[in-house]
Design a protein around this ligand. Structure first.
Ligand code: 13P
Length: 340
């Protein structure tokens, strides 16, 4: 595959009016989300839920790609058609989460290093064979008053992200580079800005140092936002302005697109933030969404594990992807939430 193919795929992943559905929860994470709603987690219930998401009518109008988990990329419809084929047929890129999770970082209490580099070259080759077009790796950065994040946590995670991204580009997948600064805690938006800036600077330094081509990747950052427990919460406009200012200071213009994670924001707030940022153009890169919970939560809560609710759940997903698609051009209004 030529470099140019990756650049084209990266651009299409952040095409105007579209975004990426993150549906790559590990078995442990999706089981937790199911448990919260009293849904049993089995190989088959997870398959049913992913089928509901991937076959929701007309989502390809607003969805350019879906990130899958290893188990899901190997699953398909009951007639055996692989999910990757279903997605490709509807013009949606199948993607794959290739990290194996955030594990305790030695010597750094309360911090993590994302693992999954061992054997990654071979796994990438297999995922390409299974139909994947892009990949994702999530690094997790925690803010706390005890000195976190340490320089060590940022540097080791940035290094791993760059090793992953270089392997993806070598093997023919567009890497989504996801350094998530968690919203957990009571930190201010100023502290979020500081940590997000330092993280992004370090990540792009490592990417450059390891020869990763910025044209052939997508950045998936968190927004600059106060901690969930902070008493002072910035309004929509301030989050949008601080996030864009932070990106302008740290993200090279050669990167085709920035697709945000939602990180625990409610569905409507995540959409409103994207909408406010979309009004700030022109910017060097496309601003898009790659939400997990902010796209899926209403659908999962509607489905409840009952196949009789599939249609309604698919409509709930369609509604969310549509509103975020509209937010990409800054034309979303909160009144549109009503028209589900
Ligand atoms: P959230 O939007 O729920 O944060 O999920 C996005 C994601 O892919 C996390 O890795």
């Amino acid at each position: 595959m030529s470099d140019n193919d990756l650049a084209t795929t990266a651009q299409e992943m952040v095409a105007p009016g579209k975004g990426i559905l993150a549906a790559d929860e590990s078995v442990a994470t999706i089981s937790k989300r199911f448990a919260a709603l009293g849904i049993e987690s089995t190989f088959e219930t997870r398959r049913q839920y992913r089928e509901l998401l991937l076959t929701a009518p007309d989502i390809s109008t607003y969805v350019s790609g879906v990130i899958l988990y290893d188990e899901t990329l190997r699953q398909g419809l009951t007639d055996g058609t692989p999910f990757a084929d279903i997605l490709n047929k509807s013009g949606i890129f199948p993607g794959i989460k290739v990290d194996t999770g955030a594990k305790a970082l030695a010597g750094a209490p309360g911090e993590t290093i994302t693992e999954g580099l061992d054997g990654l070259r071979e796994r990438i080759a297999e995922y390409v064979d299974l139909g994947a077009r892009f990949a994702k790796w999530r690094a997790v950065i925690t803010i706390a008053e005890d000195g976190r994040p340490t320089r060590n946590a940022i540097a080791t995670n940035a290094h791993a992200l760059a090793r992953y991204a270089a392997l993806c580009q070598e093997g023919g997948l567009v890497p989504i580079v996801e350094p998530e600064v968690l919203m957990d805690g009571d930190h201010s938006i100023e502290r979020s800005y500081e940590v997000t800036s330092e993280t992004l600077r370090t990540v792009f330094g490592e990417l450059a140092g390891q020869g990763v081509r910025f044209e052939d990747m997508v950045l998936k950052p968190s927004m600059v936002i106060a901690g969930k427990k902070a008493s002072l919460q910035a309004d929509i406009q301030e989050v949008a302005e601080e996030t864009v200012r932070c990106l302008l200071n740290t993200v090279p213009a050669a990167v085709p697109g920035v697709a945000f994670l939602s990180g625990g924001q409610s569905a409507d707030v995540a959409t409103a933030h994207l909408n406010a940022m979309s009004k700030m153009g022109p910017l060097p890169w496309s601003l898009s969404f790659s939400y997990g919970r902010a796209l899926q939560d209403p659908a999962l809560a509607t489905w409840k594990g009952d196949q009789a609710n599939v249609d309604a759940a698919q409509k709930a997903l369609y509604h969310r992807v549509r509103l975020n698609g509209i937010a990409r051009s800054g034309e979303y209004t909160p009144e549109m939430e009503e028209a589900a």
